[in-house]
Design a protein around this ligand. Structure first.
Ligand code: HEC
Length: 105
C-alpha cells in the first residue's frame, strides 16, 4: 500500500529538480551579493561593486578551468586577500550553482 502510493507520486518528483534548481540559484545570487559583492562584481549587469582588477563572477564563470570543484576549493580555504568565509555546504552549493549559471553559452 505504502509502496503503491510512493510510485504514484514518482512523476511529480521528477519535476522537482527543476524547481529546486531555480530556488538554489536565487539563494546563490543572494549569497553572492552578500558574501562576494564587497570585492567582486557578482552579475552581468550591475555597475556596483569594486572594479579594482578583481575578476567578476561572470568572468570567473567563463574561465575554462572553473569547475564546481575549483570553486569549492576557493570557498573552503582562504587565499590571497580573500577572507575565510566559512560557508556551509549548502551555501557553497547554491553559490556554485549561481556562479556557474553565469557561464556564457
Ligand atoms: C574581501 C574581498 C573578497 C571577497 C569578499 C571575496 N573575494 Fe574572491 N577574491 C578576492 C581576491 C583579492 C582575489 C584574488 C586572488 C588572490 O588575491 O589570492 C579573489 C579571487 C577569487 C577567485 C579566483 C579568481 C580567478 O582568477 O580564478 C574566485 C573563484 C573567487 N575569488 C570567488 C569568490 C567568491 C565565490 C566569493 C564569495 C563567496 C568571493 N570570492 C569573495 C577577494 C575577495
Amino acid at each position: 500500500m505504502v509502496k503503491k502510493m510512493r510510485w504514484s507520486i514518482a512523476p511529480l518528483l521528477l519535476l522537482l529538480p527543476g524547481l529546486a534548481e531555480a530556488a538554489d540559484l536565487d539563494r546563490g545570487r543572494a549569497l553572492a551579493e552578500r558574501w562576494c559583492g564587497n570585492c567582486h562584481v557578482v552579475d552581468r549587469t550591475t555597475s556596483a561593486g569594486r572594479a579594482d582588477g578583481l575578476p567578476t563572477l561572470p568572468a570567473i564563470a567563463a574561465k575554462r578551468e572553473t569547475t564546481a570543484a575549483s570553486l569549492k576549493g576557493v570557498m573552503s580555504a582562504p587565499h590571497g586577500r580573500m577572507p575565510d568565509l566559512s560557508l556551509g555546504a549548502r551555501d557553497q552549493d547554491d553559490l556554485i550553482a549561481y556562479i556557474l549559471s553565469l557561464r556564457p553559452n
